[in-house]
Design a protein around this ligand. Structure first.
Ligand code: SAM
Length: 312
């Protein structure tokens, strides 16, 4: 993890207080902390850094290998979904290019919440001083960091049964030039100080977390309080496998969040989500077709509904 990130971090276990984090017992390679711990000044909790990967989870068990997003099949599916346009795969959706066009070129610092293997973090990095991707899958964050460090990565793409082929992802110069970093963290307790980010993105994640409203509140907390952009997109595939029904923000006919998720997210954004913070203005809405591939004849085609909001 880049040492320069520390100034933006705070302890996820102390939210809403901001516990400063300091490195202890650490080894550096240049400006990167390769191993050691980050310790909170308030609660003294220690967060490990191993092989350059910082794990800033309030509850450590969430980084467990039982998650579907830690499995090799998910890693290759998401590497294909994020990067297949780079090797000219005719089946690629180029969804990340569509989302990237919605983000304005305002410099500053960007957050990609639930970044998976990192494509949108790189995309936001093109128009930002620093772009940070966070995900609670260690397997995804490792791949994203490898791409950032080496600019290339080989993986096996499943074709049929046991038949696979080797693909090499090569990050093009326009993406490689961006300053990116990836850390393991939970999007419902983000390890950042309030107001740090000029751009925040939440793509295809709100229906994957146990507390969707908490995720929106956290995005609002860490977004700049004066001027910020928020790109939100989701297919609203609510499922009790990820979110207890009482916390769904749509897809039910009774209760506070009855009706469609997109309408409920919009009304939460335009009201005051967190006390004292300005509400968001909806600038644009629409949809992006996004594809995930499991093998050469099996794809998932997903319509992700987006909202581009700004805090003027
Ligand atoms: C459907 S994928 C979308 C990934 C990426 N944003 C995209 O659009 O391609 C959901 C992602 O959220 C991550 N995730 C799920 N729950 C999370 C949580 N509580 N905190 C951080 N990441 C989480 C998963 O590991 C996975 O990478």
């Amino acid at each position: 993890m880049k040492e320069s990130l520390i100034q933006y971090l705070s302890c996820p276990a102390c939210i809403p207080l901001e516990g400063e984090l300091s490195p202890i017992f650490f080894d550096n390679e240049g400006n990167d902390i390769i191993s050691g711990f980050l310790e909170c000044h308030l609660c003294r909790k220690r967060y490990p850094i191993a092989d350059g990967v910082a794990v800033l989870l309030r509850e450590t068990h969430r980084a467990g290998s039982e998650s579907v997003y830690e499995k090799p099949a998910a890693v290759s599916s998401y590497l294909w979904s994020h990067y297949s346009d780079l090797w000219g795969d005719p089946d690629s959706s180029n969804a990340y290019g569509h989302w990237a066009k919605l983000i304005g070129d305002s410099g500053g610092i960007a957050l990609d919440a639930g970044c998976s293997v990192g494509r949108f973090t790189f995309e936001m990095g093109k128009c930002s001083r620093l772009s940070i991707g966070v995900d609670n899958s260690v397997a995804f964050v490792r791949k994203a960091r490898e791409l950032a460090a080496r600019g290339r990565l080989k993986f096996m793409e499943p074709l049929e049964g046991e038949i696979e082929r080797e693909i090499e992802i090569i990050i093009p110069d326009e993406l490689a030039a961006s300053c990116v970093e990836f850390i393991v963290a939970d999007v419902t307790s983000l390890p950042f100080k309030r107001g740090v980010f000029n751009k925040v993105a939440s793509l295809n994640i709100i229906d994957k977390v146990p507390l969707p409203l908490m995720h929106l509140k956290e995005m609002d907390r860490v977004a700049n309080h004066e001027a910020a952009q928020f790109l939100f997109s989701d297919p609203f595939s609510w499922s009790e496998a990820h979110t207890p029904k009482e916390w769904w923000m749509g897809g039910v006919s009774e209760g506070l969040f009855r009706g469609y998720g997109i309408d409920n997210v919009k009304s939460v954004l335009v009201s005051r989500i967190n006390e004292g913070l300005n509400p968001w203005l909806i600038e644009k809405e629409g949809d992006v077709w996004w594809k995930i591939k499991t093998h050469r004849n099996h794809f998932e085609l997903i319509r992700s509904l987006f909202i581009k909001a700004v805090r003027p």
